[in-house]
Design a protein around this ligand. Structure first.
Ligand code: PGA
Length: 252
């Protein structure tokens, strides 16, 4: 059985005070949840305050991005080692907003995945097709290119810790969710590809989570699918009540 993984990607939202208020509310209402991983991903400037506020609670902290070098003359960048120092256990890598707005390539994402592993952190590695690519029937081709490129020469031990997030770009922030069947089909494809790139045992253990307009009213259906092991939640993770309900999804 794969342990469910639910993460809130706060994107560019929340001041320190707002962030601490939110995690305190999550902590108070989710303390009894021990059978799934719960993660929040605030902006860089808030990471230390949020990890101190959470202490050793059952909620872990993720960064939304990193640079693939540990230190050096890279003005304005943040390394996986510094994220670890700030209390992070996870780093989101290759989010579609980074790919689309900041021109991140599969090769650059590959370097980040290796750096995150080298720092002893766990990557949440995002892949997903655009609406145009889906309409052209190229979904699997795009996923395969992103996975092969992102994972090139990533060692099995490093890959075994990665969480893959399938996030169809057309479903992110749009209110349009992939149907449970559409998402399941993509997840099954990803798992099968991982078994070819690595091996069946790794593919069977790795968590593949869905992202794209996950809400309290659709989470149960999505997470009832065989190959959907959790959720990466944007908008609905900004409200304590909604995120709590999502973490408490009821698998059928
Ligand atoms: P959304 O974002 O839930 O607001 O669609 C998901 C994401 O970008 O990770």
């Amino acid at each position: 059985m794969r342990r469910p993984f639910i993460a809130g990607n706060w994107k560019l939202h929340k001041t320190t005070a707002e962030a601490v208020t939110l995690v305190k509310a999550l902590e108070a209402n989710l303390a009894d949840v021990t059978d799934r991983d719960i993660v929040v991903a605030p902006v860089f400037t808030v990471l230390t305050s949020v990890s101190s506020a959470l202490g050793d609670s059952n909620i872990a902290v993720a960064a939304q991005n990193c640079f693939p070098e540990m230190q050096g003359a890279y003005t304005g960048e943040v390394s996986p080692l510094l994220l670890k120092d700030a209390g992070c256990r996870y780093v989101i890598v290759g989010h579609s907003e980074r790919r689309q707005l900041f021109g991140e390539t599969d090769g650059f994402i590959n370097r980040k995945l290796k750096a995150v592993a080298d720092a002893g952190l766990t990557a949440v590695f995002c892949v997903g097709e655009t609406l145009e690519e889906r309409e052209q029937g190229r979904t699997f081709e795009v996923l395969e290119k992103q996975l092969r490129g992102g994972l090139e020469n990533l060692l099995r031990d490093a890959m075994a810790r990665v969480v893959v997030a399938y996030e169809p770009v057309w479903a992110i922030g749009t209110g349009k969710t992939a149907s449970a069947a559409q998402a399941q089909q993509a997840h099954a494809f990803i798992r099968d590809l991982l078994s070819r790139l690595y091996d069946a045992d790794l593919a069977c253990r790795i968590r593949i989570v869905y992202g794209g307009s996950v809400k309290p009213d659709n989470v149960d259906g999505l997470l009832s699918q065989q190959d959907i092991d959790g959720a990466l939640v944007g908008g609905a993770s900004l409200k304590a009540e909604d995120f709590i309900r999502i973490v408490r999804f009821l698998p059928s």
